[in-house]
Structures are given as structure tokens and as C-alpha cells.
Design a binder for this molecule. Structure first.
Ligand code: SAM
Length: 290
């Protein structure tokens, strides 16, 4: 279970979709002054050097953040606000014009904390947790961030409902362990029973695996059972059956802000054009409100 290292995938097309949406969720929730409880159940290392180690070997960022920036620079096209916001979050970690460093979800969320907010990070990998702690310790907001070497799936329920009744949870498993699918569902059932109005964002891979194919419908069924609104966005960058690399991924959001759909309507066509590798590039945007 400890073979997954997110550095291999840092700055990939899947990270772009996930992080762009996470930022917009946080932005919306921060429009009200009340304290926010933010949980990242599967944190990873927090910050990645794209020019070194696993990230340099995989070069996934070449098809992700690097490709997106090149596309926008070469076309001079108008950049939708959510993409501009995402790029600004990545730029915080870098010198002008550089994309040497890529922030994982812990850094993206931590950098956006207001003084009244709190961020809790869970990570199980023995190496990743040490790197994560070292990275978080460098942030000025370190006192607002708790890092736990623990199972995010089982620990989430203990944090719900947050005292302020305002919360955002990102659930981003690696799905290498097929129990992740089952654990995700029971974690969500429990979370929604305790704190139905919280915002929950779940990243998932779109791959030819029974559990993965079934996941969006199962999440919709959970939303229906708990009478929750939902939004589901998928981005495919190529359609190359038989190739092992990840070609598509999705984000499923319970209790999405009403603004999210419009942001994604603007952003997804650009992401498809910028990151698409063949004629199979596509996106979908569904929601309970549509
Ligand atoms: N959310 C991160 C980001 O966007 O930058 C990436 C996270 S990566 C996809 C998943 C991480 O979860 C891995 O670092 C893995 O070691 C860790 N992990 C796996 N099972 C876990 C569990 N049950 N609880 C907490 N962390 C877990």
C-alpha cells in the first residue's frame, strides 16, 4: 500500500482539475466571515520539486501545468477567473516565469487560510508524512495547520460537525488499494450523517476498473439518500485504450456552491483545448441542479 508517491503525478492534468476546483470551493466558503474547518484526508507531501526526483522521472507536469501555461501564453486567450486563480496559487511557490515547484493540496489550502480558519491534514505514508511536516513547518500559518500520521478515512468523522458548522473536506485517495472505494463510501455516509451541510470534494480516476466505473453513480446515490445537491466534473485528455497512464479523472462535490458550475463551464473547454492530446479529449459537467 505504500508504493504510491504523489510526486510522480504532481502538476498533472488530474492535479489541475482537483486543485482548481478545491480553490473555488474555498473561495466561495470564505465569502462569509465564519471560521472554516478544512480537512485534507489524503495529503501527500505538500510541495513538489518538478525538476527533481519522482516528478522529474515521470514528467507528468509536462502534460499538465507546463502545457497549460504554454497554451495560455501562446494563444493569448482570455483566461477564465478560476484558471487564473489556480495559476496564481501555483505561482506563490515560484519565482516569476518559473514552475519549478508545484503545491499539493495541503499547500494550496494552507496558503489561502484566513486567521480564523483551521486546516487538518492526514497522511499515512512513513516518508510522505515526514516530508509533509517539514514543508508545513516552513509556512507562516503553521500554527493553524494540524498534521496527523493517521488514516484520513476513519479520522474524518471525529472532526464532524465542526464547531462553526462550516467545513470543506477534500478526499483524494490514490485508489491503489481497491478498499479505497469501499472506505470512501462508508467515510462519506458517516460524514454526511454527522454533518450534512458540509462541502465534500472527492477526486477519482476514470479508469477501466469495475469500482472506478461504478463510483460516480454510487456517489450520486449517496447524495440522493442524504438529499444533498452534487456536481460532477470529468476531464479526459486522451483516449488511448490499452495505455496504462491516467487519461481522465473526475471531481465529485457534495453541497457544491452555486458558483462552481459557471466557473467550470468557463474553465473546462479551455482545459480540454490546452491539455487534450488527441481527438478523444473531452469533458463532462453534471449536477443535480441541471
Ligand atoms: N491530496 C494530495 C494533493 O492533491 O496534493 C495528493 C494525495 S495522494 C493522491 C494520496 C495520498 O494519500 C498518498 O500520499 C498516500 O500515501 C496517502 N494515503 C493513502 N491512504 C491513506 C489513508 N487511509 N489516510 C491518509 N492518507 C493516506
Amino acid at each position: 500500500m505504500f508504493s504510491y508517491r504523489h510526486a510522480f503525478h504532481a502538476g498533472s492534468h488530474a492535479d489541475i482539475l482537483k486543485h482548481l476546483i478545491a480553490i473555488q470551493l474555498l473561495r466561495y466558503l470564505q465569502e462569509k466571515p465564519g471560521a472554516l474547518s478544512i480537512v485534507d484526508t489524503h495529503a501527500g507531501a505538500g510541495l513538489y520539486n518538478l525538476q527533481d526526483g519522482f516528478a522529474a522521472i515521470s514528467q507528468e507536469s509536462a502534460g499538465g501545468i507546463v502545457r497549460l501555461k504554454d497554451y495560455l501564453a501562446s494563444t493569448g486567450a482570455d483566461v477564465p477567473p478560476s484558471i487564473a486563480d489556480y495559476l496564481a496559487c501555483v505561482a506563490i511557490e515560484n519565482a516569476p516565469e518559473s514552475t519549478a515547484l508545484y503545491p499539493g493540496s495541503p499547500f494550496i489550502l494552507a496558503r489561502l487560510l484566513r486567521p480564523q480558519d483551521r486546516l487538518r491534514l492526514f497522511e499515512l505514508h512513513p516518508n510522505e508524512i515526514d516530508i509533509l511536516r517539514g514543508n508545513i513547518n516552513q509556512l507562516h500559518c503553521v500554527k493553524q495547520v494540524d498534521v496527523y500520521s493517521a488514516d484520513g478515512f476513519s479520522r474524518l468523522k471525529g472532526l464532524l460537525p465542526p464547531p462553526s458548522r462550516r467545513g470543506l473536506t477534500l478526499i483524494d485517495p490514490s485508489y491503489e488499494d481497491k478498499n479505497d472505494y469501499r472506505n470512501l463510501e462508508s467515510c462519506l455516509e458517516e460524514a454526511l450523517s454527522r454533518f450534512a451541510t458540509g462541502c465534500y470534494a472527492i477526486w477519482y480516476p476514470v479508469i477501466a476498473r469495475r469500482e472506478s466505473i461504478a463510483l460516480p453513480e454510487r456517489l450520486k446515490a449517496i447524495a440522493k439518500a442524504h438529499q444533498r445537491a452534487w456536481l460532477c466534473a470529468e476531464l479526459r485528455v486522451e483516449n488511448a485504450p490499452g495505455e496504462r497512464r491516467l487519461q481522465a479523472s473526475g471531481m465529485f462535490v457534495f453541497n457544491p456552491p452555486w458558483t462552481l458550475r459557471d466557473h467550470l463551464k468557463d474553465a473546462l473547454p479551455i482545459l480540454k483545448k490546452a491539455l487534450g492530446l488527441d481527438s478523444g479529449a473531452a469533458y463532462t459537467l453534471q449536477s443535480s441542479e441541471a
